[in-house]
Design a protein around this ligand. Structure first.
Ligand code: NAD
Length: 256
């Protein structure tokens, strides 16, 4: 696909689930990937998987909630790969399910710090490079939960709603520099996050999957590849006139 081969791409949270899938897919399409991940073993594993299949990747232990770590990830992409072409803000966490009045303020701060502020910090550094190059594409992995409240999940939903507005602000302010920003809003995707959500809500994960599959018109959860394919399209030149948008990918869940 046009637009990814030879480009550098930073993928946060690339040690697992959707982030790992995006890193592997982008590398297989010829991108040079910075695996920016908090969990060192998981990040190194993604780096190894890419290198073993002939791709280019560098792991950097990165906590996106720390400005210095975000600056280092962007610097690494520029110094190792020559430019900062693609940023995928994928790192994200969820919290303990609770109705609004019972939410621990510390939990709200923690979730906002990673899901929203973390993406902002990465963008802050990447945008300076991208604007200078007059080229760049940012994809923020938001959530259907940023458009429709997750029951007992206000901090997560609020963080993803904020991420969608960050996306729109960047699109409005940086289009003139050739920088595009879009968001992806998955419904439920087959990752550890789904298992954790089900367990924390005292639901059997298999039963939860079956319930989601029954409700979704397409009859299943998203695969991580479904989400990665959309991210690839949005970063490719085929999407060169698309910016500021949020793409729901939920098997039709939100229209039922
Ligand atoms: N799985 C779903 O159903 C679903 C639905 C909608 C949106 N999403 C979003 O997709 C993204 C990926 O989720 P996933 O399901 O693959 O989850 P996951 O838990 O499998 O992966 C998240 C990764 O982010 C990393 N991470 C966590 N905090 C970090 C930090 N501070 N700095 C850097 N890395 C950090 C984790 O170590 C992990 O490798 C998240 O933003 C999530 O909110 C997931």
């Amino acid at each position: 696909m046009e637009g990814i081969r030879g480009r550098s791409a930073i993928v946060t949270g690339a040690g697992s689930g959707i982030g790992r899938e995006i890193a592997l897919l982008f590398a297989s399409e010829g991108a040079k990937v910075v695996v920016a991940e908090l969990n060192e073993a998981a990040g190194r594993e993604t780096e190894r998987m890419i290198r073993d299949s002939g791709g280019e990747a560098i792991f950097l232990r990165t906590d996106v909630s720390l400005d210095g770590d975000c600056a280092s990830a962007v610097r690494l992409a520029r110094e190792s790969f020559g430019s900062v072409d693609v940023l995928i803000n994928n790192a994200g966490i969820d919290g303990r399910p609770a109705p609004v009045a019972d939410i621990d303020p510390a939990d709200l701060d923690r979730i906002m710090r990673v899901n929203f502020t973390g993406a902002f910090l990465m963008c802050r550094h990447a945008l300076r490079e991208m604007a200078g190059q007059r080229r760049g594409s940012i994809v923020n992995i938001a959530s259907l939960g940023g458009l429709i409240p997750v029951h007992n999940g206000m901090p997560y939903s609020a963080s993803k709603a904020a991420l969608i507005m960050l996306t729109r602000s960047i699109a409005a302010e940086y289009g003139r520099y050739g920088v595009r920003a879009n968001a992806i809003a998955p419904g439920w995707a087959e990752t550890d996050m789904v298992r954790r959500y089900a367990e924390q809500s005292s639901i059997d994960p298999q039963e939860f999957r079956r319930a989601v599959s029954r409700r979704a018109p397409l009859g299943r959860l998203a695969t991580t590849r479904d989400v990665a394919d959309l991210a690839l399209f949005l970063c490719s030149d085929r999407a060169s006139y698309i910016t500021g948008q949020t793409y729901v990918i939920d098997g039709g869940l939100s229209v039922t």
